[in-house]
Design a protein around this ligand. Structure first.
Ligand code: COA
Length: 319
């Protein structure tokens, strides 16, 4: 059995923050941000909006498209590093709101690689015959953890949620996963406060990043995750219909696809509209690509992600 995506959904907050808006806060410009990242604008959630508020909307859309009932859902996995609270998990909050009374529910923490990690877990549960129907969500509100005086980070991130419903299927679905971590590079992208090391946030509740170090890792992670997942699937670069990479920085994507020899037409990009939405980035792009008719039944779709940890991973899917 394979894990087939039978419904996708996504949701973003209403408020748009443009590069021009950011240029009023820090010493930057629309031109610099566009050139160095490809981002033009991002969505920022209101003070009253938590991650589950975005996640529930994306999940409901995916469930409606999949035409499954909440009772059929056996597992809910929410990939996030910005949960509403340390506990209960966002997945349990969704279970309650959806009335998915038969489900197990847990959050998965692998930052921007979260959705690809989650898909590896969910597809393995289905392939093993343990479960037939799984709701997988990627949702983050990292703008709540941005230092709006740090131009090295506040220009990059946005908020969003994306969701898929996975169902056991004989023919279509995930055919290979790749996942890996490089914990020894963890200090290059850190949220120091709020955890058990610093429950009172003495070290700050803001994302700290060594941009150049993460950039070098990202380039390596994207290329190797695509190569490894293709190898696992027994396919080559020319078999790819659409690559949906983590939407962090257009320079990372352009550099890698040029080096690999993959044409731009085969790569989905929407980061100009949303920035880096962490665990939501890949399912949000997947939902938009599907809605735009970019993927047809039988196509080979590759998803890839990388992020804090440092973590990276990819999935190959026969759509
Ligand atoms: N506006 C204007 N200038 C900026 C700036 C900004 N927002 N941010 C940095 N600069 C300046 C720097 O101070 C530096 O100036 P200097 O040469 O006078 O010292 C110059 O631009 C170049 O800085 P550098 O850090 O080398 O820029 P960069 O080209 O590496 O771009 C990032 C910075 C953050 C955009 C880039 O490193 C990046 O995207 N890294 C990966 C981050 C990422 O994807 N993280 C999430 C992973 S999930």
């Amino acid at each position: 059995m394979k894990a087939r995506i039978i419904g996708t959904g996504s949701h973003v907050p209403e408020k748009i923050v443009t590069n021009h808006d950011l240029a009023k806060l820090v010493d930057t410009s629309d031109e610099w941000i566009r050139e160095r990242t490809g981002i033009i604008e991002r969505r920022v959630s209101s003070e009253a909006t938590a991650t589950s508020d975005l996640a529930i909307v994306a999940a409901e859309k995916a469930i409606a498209k999949a035409k499954v009932s909440p009772e059929e859902i056996e597992v809910i996995i929410v990939c996030t590093t910005s949960p509403d609270t340390l506990f209960p998990s966002v997945a349990c909050i969704l279970q309650d709101k959806l009335k998915a009374v038969n489900a197990a529910a847990f959050d998965l923490s692998a930052a921007c690689a979260g959705f690809n990690y989650g898909l590896a877990v969910a597809s393995s549960l289905i392939e093993a015959g343990r479960h037939k129907t799984i709701l997988l969500v990627g949702a983050d509100t990292l703008t709540k953890y941005l230092d709006w005086t740090d131009r090295g980070t506040c220009i990059l991130f946005g908020d969003a949620a994306g969701a898929v419903v996975l169902k056991a299927d004989q023919d279509h679905g995930v055919i290979s996963n790749f996942w890996k971590a490089e914990g020894w590079l963890g200090q290059s992208l850190v949220m120091p406060g709020g955890g058990s090391r610093d429950p009172e946030n003495k070290h700050g509740r803001f994302i700290r990043m060594d941009g150049r170090e993460v950039f070098k890792f990202a380039v390596r992670a994207l290329e190797s995750s695509v190569n490894e997942v293709l190898k696992g699937a027994g396919r080559g670069l020319s078999d790819i219909t659409l690559l949906i990479p983590h939407q962090a920085n257009i320079r990372i994507i352009d550099h890698v696809i040029k080096k690999m020899g993959l044409s731009k037409e085969k790569v989905y990009v929407n980061l100009h509209k949303y920035g880096n939405t962490s665990a939501a980035s890949v399912p949000l792009a997947l939902d938009e690509a599907a809605a735009e008719g970019k993927i047809k039944s039988g196509d080979l779709v590759i998803l890839s992600g990388f992020g804090a940890g440092l973590t990276y991973g990819a999935n190959a899917i026969i759509w």
